[in-house]
Design a protein around this ligand. Structure first.
Ligand code: CP3
Length: 386
């Protein structure tokens, strides 16, 4: 299936950006950098526009979601925007009663963990109509990124496909991996060890498989809508995969993660074998990195990148995954350390990433809410100067 002719990867707006080049295994002149959770509570401008608006509600207001997505690009000059939304938004769009409680995270009306619960869930799906607020927000965001980068005149007229490097900042679309989503559903709320989910996969593997095939298709539809509306890459967040043994991951999780990614793996730049770059990230996943790499490649992602948390040095990660670009892995804790300490750490991360065919600098998990945003801007400037 071809990406639309006016897609940023097709018409050249993002295809030579540092981010897309690094995700394709190239070494652009400046190493790209962005931050997971760069849009959010660390920014005063975010707290201001979110006043009186619930988290999920803000995700479903296209002008607001687009504005929040653009805020960190404007402020920090990061090399990518990440779409402001949440991994549980597709659940809400499919009619599941889920809310996001401040300081807690996603909370369901109740746990979904019996065969009956799951049988009722899987009757629900995502229509194009339900996804309209997402499509609308992504379109607004990409238009806003064009404007910020000056790549497209306000009239919509632009030069043909001869864009200089980094003409438009790419938007990364994202979704929650089927396991992490299922963990929230089965527990009904955030949990430490995801015990109920890990019990279910063994106690009733059929119900587990049905549930995770469904969460895979929801996330897949969410990802595909973002790409078709203009996202230039996708990231699959399997935040809680680190709680699994390798054997459980292979048997009960990898197949559904692959299934989620197949929803975007068929999309191609016309006249080429070039698909949409895909990043797969989890925390506590040192023992899973090769398996996560295989999920990307087995799904048919033509340009796969493994996201690495702060626990595994990038040179070790590179040795584990083989020749594949890496994303990571500045320790978020060091954002609160004195600048010389943070600077030395960022330099070390960039040096250790040099062995991978491409490197996208990021944190090893999300921006802590109390981070001083001027520190993030300084990290961007440092990475660009190296
Ligand atoms: O800037 C970005 O990274 C883009 C937006 C984004 C959010 N959530 C916004 C958000 C992304 C990519 C996510 C993904 C997400 N959501 C994950 C995977 C990444 C990770 O952190 O591991 C997970 C596990 C969730 C579920 C979730 N949503 C949690 C655990 C929380 C935090 C709860 C809290 O208040 O501490 C949320 C809420 C959430 N999602 C916020 C934001 C900006 C904070 C809500 C607020 O501002 O009130």
């Amino acid at each position: 299936v071809h990406l639309p002719a006016d897609h940023p990867l097709v018409d050249g707006r993002t295809s030579t950006s540092p981010l897309v080049r690094a995700l394709r295994g190239d070494r652009p002149a400046t190493t790209p950098v962005w931050f997971m959770r760069q849009a959010g509570r660390s920014l005063p401008e975010y707290r201001e526009v979110r006043q009186g608006v619930g988290m999920i509600e803000s995700c479903l207001m296209p002008h607001l979601a687009a504005e929040i997505t653009l805020q960190p690009v404007r402020r920090h000059r990061v090399d990518a925007a990440i779409f402001f939304s949440d991994i549980v938004v597709p659940l809400r769009l499919a009619g599941v009663d889920v809310d996001i409680k401040a300081g807690v995270g996603p909370v369901m009306d109740r746990p979904y963990r019996t065969a009956d619960d799951v049988a009722r869930l899987v009757e629900r799906g995502l229509t194009e109509e339900a996804l309209a607020p997402i499509t609308d927000a992504v379109r607004r965001t990409v238009a806003g990124l064009d404007e910020l980068s000056g790549a497209r005149a306000p009239s919509g007229a632009r030069e043909p496909d001869n864009s200089p490097e980094g003409s438009t900042t790419p938007l990364i679309g994202f979704g929650g991996a089927p396991f992490t989503l299922a963990a929230y559903l089965v527990e009904g709320r955030p949990s430490r060890d995801h015990l109920a989910a890990r019990t279910l996969m063994h106690a009733d593997p059929e119900t587990w498989a049905r549930l995770t095939a469904w969460t895979a298709d929801l996330t897949g539809a969410f990802l595909r809508a973002q790409v078709l509306a203009g996202a230039s890459a996708v990231q699959l967040f399997d935040s809680w995969a680190g709680s699994l043994s390798l054997a459980d991951y292979q048997a009960h999780v990898a197949p559904s993660s692959m299934r989620a990614l197949t929803h975007v793996a068929d999309l191609r730049v016309p006249g080429s074998d070039t698909g949409v770059p895909g990043i797969h990230f989890g925390t506590g996943t040192a023992h899973l990195l090769p398996a996560m790499r295989n999920v990307l490649t087995n799904a048919g992602i033509t340009h796969p990148t493994v996201g690495v948390d702060y626990r595994t040095p990038l040179d070790e990660a590179a040795a584990a995954v083989g020749r594949m670009p890496l994303q990571g892995n500045v320790d978020p804790a060091l954002l609160g350390a004195p600048w010389p300490v943070l600077e030395a750490h960022v330099r070390d991360v960039v040096a250790r990433g040099a062995g991978a065919p491409g490197h996208v600098v990021n944190l090893g998990h999300g921006v802590p809410p109390d981070t001083d945003p001027t520190v993030l801007t300084r990290v961007v400037e440092l990475v660009h100067s190296l």
